[in-house]
Design a binder for this molecule. Structure first.
Ligand SMILES: Nc1ncnc2c1ncn2[C@@H]1O[C@H](COP(=O)(O)OP(=O)(O)OP(=O)(O)O)[C@@H](O)[C@H]1O
Ligand SMILES: [Mg+2]
Length: 370
């Protein structure tokens, strides 16, 4: 798939933008606060129906305007498509595909699949367990909508169960209803753990291979799903979950919260068998994060049989020459949109004949040479 044109009206700091993208590598170059991330964010919006920053739709509308528009012309197989979103400060947004209203946001993603690389991704290894859980949940939800659904149900059950755990201390009548929620927690939680385990194993295969290449085969990466619940099969997981909850019974009631389940799990990254969180250098941690993120490209190709569009927000400037070059080589066979404020990044991509744009205060000019 390939994005041909972008059209923005009153999107963040853009008044009006019409831009035709190159087929392979596109660079948007500009100083800080000119609209580079905003542009990638707009493209991301038409793939997932939301920003990659944790913001509300109304934040995407230019400060002084009531609404904004994002349009993308897409080429896919032999077909052309027009994806559009109209965001409004009051009322509900409208999303259209080929001028027909769409109510399932997922339909956007079925046509346009983007993978965004943002600087925060490079901090995956040293982030908190919550960051890593959010990462795996986000990736899995994109690839498997059924998972997103299960996760939502689990979170609802978890919230209710935590509430009940706080109440049973002075209202023993609540034990009965609590046991219903416990059963649901075990059922949904086990499925989530199992899906994460399977997915992580698949993911690890690709990440291991990439990590080996980036580190000149000096390092071996392992990704381990770290869970309070043990077991290989779904049944084993269920049984252990139930057992663990029985052990935790009193503690859960004292603390008034659910102490076991996928909401407490983590992903462990090992380099040559050692925990990367504790022993890896900053550079090694970044290599791990990069390999993990790059693996997504291959997962997507395997699942969708399509090449995703890659968005790189200022990521290259955080990498040394060798890792940067590795990344750039990977990107040459994809349509990639890179933003940077760094001249050396431009120089390292120059040999691939990128299409270059200069961004200033929400205006974009195509440049033939730098
Ligand atoms: N809703 C909005 N309306 C108008 N302007 C906005 C809105 N939201 C953000 N901006 C402005 O957009 C500008 C550009 O933001 P953006 O994050 O795209 O910059 P950038 O070019 O990526 O900069 P950096 O290199 O620092 O990452 C900011 O100065 C911000 O104030
Ligand atoms: Mg930016």
């Amino acid at each position: 798939m390939r994005i041909r044109k972008i059209h923005l009206i009153h999107y963040r700091n853009y008044r009006l933008l019409r831009c035709e993208l190159g087929k392979t590598i596109n660079i948007f170059y500009g100083e800080n606060a000119q609209g580079k991330t905003n542009l990638l964010e707009a493209i991301h919006y038409l793939s997932y129906g939301k920003s990659f920053r944790k913001v509300k739709d109304r934040d995407l509308i230019a400060f002084d305007q009531p609404e904004s528009y994002i349009g993308l012309e897409l080429e896919r197989g032999n077909g052309h498509h027009l994806l559009e979103a109209k965001l409004v400060k009051e009322g509900t947004k409208k999303v259209r595909i080929d001028r027909m209203a769409v109510d399932r946001i997922k339909e956007l993603n079925e046509l346009l699949y983007v993978i965004a690389f943002i600087p925060e991704d490079l901090r995956l290894v040293k982030g908190s367990p919550k960051d890593r859980r959010e990462f795996i949940d986000r990736e899995l939800s994109k690839l498997k909508p059924v998972y997103a659904n299960k996760l939502q149900q689990y979170e609802r059950v978890l919230k209710q169960r935590n509430l009940l755990l706080k109440m049973v201390a002075y209202d023993p009548e609540k034990e009965k209803i609590l046991s219903v929620y416990t059963a649901q927690l075990i059922d949904l939680g086990s499925q989530i753990i199992k899906t994460r385990q399977v997915f992580l194993a698949q993911w690890e295969g690709y990440a291991k291979d990439l990590h080996g290449k980036i580190s000149d085969h000096k390092e071996e990466l392992d990704m381990v799903y770290e869970s309070g619940v043990q077991g290989e099969t779904l049944d084993e997981i269920r049984q252990d979950f139930e057992k663990q909850l029985k052990v935790m019974k009193d503690e859960e009631r004292t603390k008034g919260t659910s102490l076991i389940g996928p909401h407490r799990d983590d992903i462990l990254f090992l380099i040559n068998g050692k925990d990367a969180r504790i022993y890896a250098s900053q550079g090694q941690q970044r290599t791990v994060a990069l390999s993990v993120k790059l693996a997504e490209i291959h997962l997507v190709e395997e699942i969708f049989h399509e090449k995703p569009v890659l968005l790189l927000d200022d990521v290259l400037s955080e990498l040394d020459a060798k890792r940067r070059q590795f990344l750039i080589e990977t990107f040459r066979s994809f349509q990639t949109i890179i933003t940077t404020a760094d001249n050396t990044v431009m120089e390292s991509i120059q040999h691939l004949n990128p299409t270059i744009f200069y961004i200033q205060e929400g205006r974009v000019n195509r440049e033939d040479s730098v």
